[in-house]
Design a protein around this ligand. Structure first.
Ligand code: CMP
Length: 138
């Protein structure tokens, strides 16, 4: 069993597709073991994406991530990290496979509707960024 962090980004919340996205996780066998709707400050977004701070898109990405509410979730299941990445599709929606969340809902490479952890180490760090132990129930 593995856990991963998912975020429905501000564009996904604005498009009113939170339920549609969560439903795709469940239909693919992932269990939601923690969930909340929150609004990040610019500083919260900068902390979360600190690994990207040297990238040219860092300022724009953190503005976007703090412009409206997001939904953060912990997904649990067998190979949850790679399964979630398959369900999301490629970072750039133009390269995403048919039937993936990003193909169906993303606006562009930045406003790409969902985030998912890319390794067990980042999953652990990212889950702890948003949730304490009492908020995660397996
Ligand atoms: P995510 O999977 O959350 O990880 C980093 C985010 O940075 C990514 O999704 C996009 O939202 C954003 N991103 C990645 N590459 C680019 C890019 N070339 N231009 C703008 N934003 C990007």
């Amino acid at each position: 069993m593995e856990r991963t962090l998912s975020i429905v980004k501000p564009d996904g919340v604005e498009k009113n597709v939170i339920g549609e996205i969560i439903s795709r996780f469940e239909k693919n066998g992932l269990k939601i073991v923690a969930l909340k709707r929150i609004k990040l400050t610019k500083s919260d977004a900068e902390g979360f994406y600190a690994v990207h701070k040297e990238r040219p898109f860092f300022g724009s990405l953190t503005d976007f991530m703090s412009r409206g509410p997001v939904v953060v979730l912990v997904l649990e299941g067998e190979n949850a990290i790679s399964k979630n990445r398959e369900i999301m599709g490629a970072t750039n929606p133009e390269e995403a496979d048919e039937g993936t969340i990003r193909k169906d809902f993303a606006t562009n490479i930045e406003e790409n509707t969902v985030h998912g952890s890319d390794s067990p180490e980042s999953a652990d760090t990212e889950i702890k960024y948003f949730f304490n132990a009492l908020e995660i129930t397996g």
